[in-house]
Design a protein around this ligand. Structure first.
Ligand code: NAD
Length: 502
């Protein structure tokens, strides 16, 4: 089917965006809202938005006039009779959605497709209320719809393949990358996005680092647009907390998605984020207050450093420390400071394994490019003098340094390994194809790479080593590596390698 007439029910934030998207793509769009006057207001808002584009020269006046002629306000559902596809974007309430889908079935033709923009409900639950569940699917957009150029097409258990194909073509025709996903909790993008929050919170929960440290490292060293705590403050902890709990419960309490106990007391206290003026950060005139920068100690005269020769970044680190005034020492026992660069291992364990004096040992994260930001991890016994000497040397060229407590895996290693592992398991479970998963994460979450390609870029065997070390150190099943990752590392194949054809 080549849909020409699109119906949109619910003219709120999402409905408006969906109306704009399909009207701009050349479809006739009908818009209805239960609130009298709301659809007309929404259509006017869309036209105002498009008028601004005309003023900026990004849309022609003729195109706007044509779009105006294609958008119709419907005060009741009867005029939806000629719709080829109806997209529902009403309140997130199962009973309301079921009642609406039943009402729509009484109006539209037997061939018409009914799609829900639900974020958190199971599409099959909505479809179950319909006489023809095969024509029901999810079509999940992101806010703001015209700018977030990805749409999840959710194939519920009884959705007909032709319906999925039509919605995919329809979305791609409107300029969005359509990704097909199973009707599983969080669908594809919200599922893949869990790792950033769960592991970021775990790092803070374990007193390894502050929220600002976690955000800084992930933003500056790994290239995330925002760190998890900045994102939680933007979305609102009240909303995010419900999503975290709901996805965990819907996945039958899968430990990988276990929410942090740090969150409920903060929700109870009203620390929602930007909208209440305080969350993980305090906001003054809309801007987050940053913790004061740490004093940069002076480099001790004649300080000698031993660097673990097995460290992957050994050469680059040695050059940097020498430029800062350190003398390299070949024997750890004779050095003032010993530096290790472990993958997944905590600094204390690395010191014990190498027979080093923990009081004079620190660790530097090998995963983060030294030119961007450096993470300095202490053993539980690192002496203040050794800490200050390491900080002085690492900060001598004014590149920022984050100092953290001991942890199996530094901030960046832990978070990226968690994200790759969750993505690997999405692929293992066939929730989406590798190509759709990779594209969806970049477009929907704004990550600089697809998660599997990112794992390959950093080294899949290292990601596996981090997870195995964390799993061994904590005993927490959240760190158990996905079979997808284990098998591809065993054969030396890229993580983006799909399963063999059966
Ligand atoms: P909203 O509150 O901005 O708008 C909902 C609109 O639906 C309101 O105008 C309301 O009057 C109308 N409505 C409620 N019940 C109705 C009914 N029975 N019939 C017709 N109209 C009805 O909500 P929103 O943020 O646009 O979200 C809509 C849907 O999209 C929800 O399912 C939500 O989970 C989902 N969603 C939201 C976002 C987001 O960022 N806001 C992103 C993706 C998906």
């Amino acid at each position: 089917m080549n849909p020409t007439v699109i119906g949109v029910v619910g003219a709120g934030t999402m409905g408006r965006g969906i109306v704009q998207l399909f009207a701009q793509a050349g479809h006739v769009v009908r818009c209805h809202d239960a609130q009298p006057g709301a659809a007309a207001k929404a259509v006017q808002a869309v036209l105002d938005q498009l008028t601004k584009l005309v003023e900026k020269g990004r849309l022609s006046a003729d195109a706007l006039a044509a779009i105006r002629g294609r958008i119709h306000v419907s005060e009741d559902l009867a005029s939806f009779a000629d719709c080829d596809v109806v997209i529902e974007a009403i309140v997130e309430d199962l009973d309301a959605k079921r009642a609406l889908f039943r009402a729509l079935e009484a109006v539209v033709s037997p061939e018409a497709i009914l799609a829900s923009n639900t974020s958190s409900l199971t599409v099959a639950d909505i479809a179950a209320a319909c006489e023809q569940p095969a024509r029901v699917a999810g079509l999940h957009f992101f806010n703001p719809v015209p700018l977030m150029k990805v749409a999840e097409v959710i194939a519920a258990v009884r959705t007909a393949p032709a319906v999925v194909e039509t919605l995919r073509t329809l979305s791609e025709g409107a300029g969005h990358r359509a990704v097909v996903t199973a009707d599983q909790p969080g669908f594809l993008i919200n599922h893949a996005g869990r790792g950033l929050y769960t592991e970021g919170l775990r790092v803070v929960e374990e007193q390894v680092a502050t929220p600002a440290d976690v955000d800084d490292v992930l933003r500056e060293a790994l290239g995330f647009r925002m760190g998890p705590f900045e994102l939680l403050d933007l979305t609102g902890l009240d909303v995010s907390s419900r999503v975290m709990s709901s996805i965990y419960e819907q996945f039958q309490q899968e430990p990988r998605f276990r929410p942090s106990s740090l969150v409920p007391p903060r929700v109870a206290a009203g620390l929602f984020g930007r909208k209440t003026g305080e969350g993980w950060y305090r906001y003054v005139e809309g801007r987050p207050e940053r913790p004061p920068a740490r004093e940069r100690p002076a480099v001790p005269a004649g300080v000698s450093v031993w660097i673990d020769p097995a460290a992957s970044g050994h050469g680059e680190l040695a050059t940097l420390l020498q430029a800062a005034g350190a003398r390299l020492e070949g024997e750890p026992a004779r050095a003032d400071l010993g530096i290790v660069q472990p993958w997944g291992e905590d600094a204390t364990s690395a010191a014990v394994r190498l027979g080093l004096d923990a009081a004079r040992t620190v660790a530097v994260d090998p995963i983060t490019p030294l030119a961007l930001r450096r993470t300095l991890m202490l053993t539980i016994a690192t002496a203040p003098a050794a800490r200050d000497a390491a900080l002085a040397l690492l900060a001598a060229d004014a590149v920022p340094v984050t100092v953290i407590n001991d942890s199996p895996g530094f901030i960046a290693q832990r978070v990226i390994a968690t994200i790759v592992n969750i993505a690997a398991n999405i692929a293992q479970r066939g929730i989406a194809s590798v190509a759709d998963l990779e594209a969806a994460v970049q477009l929907g979450l704004g990550y600089p790479r697809g998660p599997l390609a990112w794992g390959d870029h950093l080294g899949a065997e290292r990601i596996l080593a981090i997870l195995r070390a964390q799993h061994a150190a904590t005993g927490d099943p959240r760190y158990r590596p996905s079979a997808w990752l284990v098998r591809r590392v065993a054969l030396g194949l890229p993580l983006t390698t799909p399963e063999a054809a059966r």
